[in-house]
Design a protein around this ligand. Structure first.
Ligand code: PAF
Length: 278
């Protein structure tokens, strides 16, 4: 596996791939790879001849008081894991390679980017859309694979690709969970063992709410109960626990087959997100 840090070298490599008629998949990540990321890589390997994984902890998607500085980093272990998984190249640019002096452009997906996590983390999705648009232009993949754990991010990237006529097929990969049900996340590394135990209430509350709403329970009351349950279990704040249309992310007042439950809640300094289909 080639490790590439300069855009010029990346372009040389992807040019060779395209000229040889091989298809190319991109898996964008921020590193600290876990089994969830590796499932994206495996899917990409099945869908394309060559796979490029990017590792870039994107400063533009972190707010001023967020965890940019302490975001887990494990470059060497990540590279070893990706080489083992048969990845063609690892694209690992520096911040100045991605955002050179005077960088002034950003991509903002209105509405979709302002709901839910966008309301709780102003500017976050603008940072995500900007870096993903750049990654698409840098790598020019045929397909790109993203996890469904960040359902809103996936919806925003699909909308951006459609709105800007980006010639890349976006593929979503179902959430990978630990045996106890917690969705895998690089941020789980922040949890103490007591907090990790309490965090299990998040997938359980989502599961139970999906079942109850599916059985006809009142939506508003079910969502309120779920929030109260999270707070009682030790979550310090529930940013949202909502039933939304899976594509538009607009709230739904009643059960609908297009519905998806989305939740974000904080345990101490750790913010966890999860979601489930209805
Ligand atoms: O989901 C992530 O890890 C990031 O938001 C992404 C898509 C790699 C953009 O920085």
């Amino acid at each position: 596996m080639q490790i590439i840090r300069q855009l010029s070298a990346l372009r040389e490599r992807t040019k060779l791939i395209r000229e040889s008629g091989r298809t190319l998949a991109l898996v964008p990540t921020m590193g600290a790879l876990h089994a969830g990321h590796m499932s994206l890589v495996e899917l990409a390997r099945r869908q394309a001849d060559d796979v490029i994984v990017s590792i870039f902890v994107n400063p533009k998607q972190f707010g001023p008081n967020e965890d940019l500085d302490k975001y887990p980093r494990s470059e060497e272990a990540d590279a070893a894991r990706l080489a083992e998984a048969g990845v063609t190249a690892l694209w690992m640019p520096s911040v100045s390679e991605v955002y050179p002096d005077g960088f002034a452009t950003s991509v903002k997906v209105a509405n979709l980017g302002e709901l839910w996590c966008g309301a709780a983390r102003p500017g976050h999705f603008e940072g995500v859309a900007t870096v993903v648009a750049k990654l698409f232009n840098q790598v020019r993949p045929d397909i790109a694979v993203f996890g469904e754990k960040d359902w809103q991010q996936l919806a925003i990237i699909r909308r951006m690709a459609r709105d800007l006529d980006l010639d890349v097929e976006i593929i979503g990969m179902p959430i990978v969970r630990d045996t106890d049900g917690l969705a895998l996340s690089s941020r789980n590394a922040y949890l103490s063992s007591a907090d990790r135990q309490a965090a299990l209430t998040l997938p359980r509350a989502l599961n139970d709410a999906a079942r109850d709403i599916g059985n006809g329970a009142d939506v508003e009351a079910t969502l309120a109960d779920a929030k109260a349950r999270l707070l009682a279990a030790g979550f310090t704040q529930v940013d949202y626990f909502a039933l939304v249309d899976a594509a538009t992310l607009e709230p739904l007042a009643t059960h609908d087959r297009t519905g998806r439950l989305l939740a974000a809640a904080r345990i101490g300094a750790t913010r966890l997100i999860d979601n489930i289909a209805l």
